[in-house]
Design a protein around this ligand. Structure first.
Ligand code: CMP
Length: 139
């Protein structure tokens, strides 16, 4: 089915000026960028976005990192966009990510892993609404 998913290009990627390379991978993989903005998350915005991970030992580090520099938030659209994006990104830990995936090719660690993608239809809806209003998404 035609789906939308939320993508975040993380501060490690904006810092290294590889947002273009990452977006090319997403587009070549069949996903269309139907909304996009470059923003700097406040600590509070990062905490809110990752609220499901509040109890995890890495939560503090995750929030610190995600608010440490600019990010590019995007809505991606395509056939099975949620799963497709996760394939293109590769496993969370770059050491376990398949060759040719964004994380295998560009990410430095499990924490600084270049990209985020929604993990299911419900989360995609919530995560898109966290950053975008309906009129900012142009299909
Ligand atoms: P993401 O898809 O953005 O969702 C939660 C993030 O937490 C995940 O990518 C990782 O970047 C981060 N994360 C997961 N496990 C760890 C870990 N063990 N140490 C640090 N960060 C982690």
């Amino acid at each position: 089915a035609l789906e939308r998913t939320l993508s975040i290009i993380k501060p490690d990627a904006t810092r290294r000026s590889i947002t273009g390379k990452i977006i090319a991978r997403l587009e070549e993989g069949g996903l269309r960028v139907v909304a996009q903005k470059r923003i700097r998350l406040t600590r509070e915005q990062a905490e809110g976005f990752y609220a499901v991970h509040r109890e995890r030992p890495f939560f503090g580090e995750l929030v610190e990192f995600m608010s440490s520099g600019p990010v590019v938030v995007q809505v991606l659209e395509g056939e099975n966009a949620i799963a497709r994006n996760r394939e293109i990104m590769g496993a969370t830990n770059p050491k376990e990510a398949a060759p040719g995936t964004i994380r295998a090719d560009f990410a430095e660690s499990i924490g600084e892993n270049c990209v985020h993608g929604s993990d299911g239809p419900e989360t995609a809806k919530e995560e898109i609404a966290y950053f975008f209003s309906a009129c900012e998404i142009v299909g």
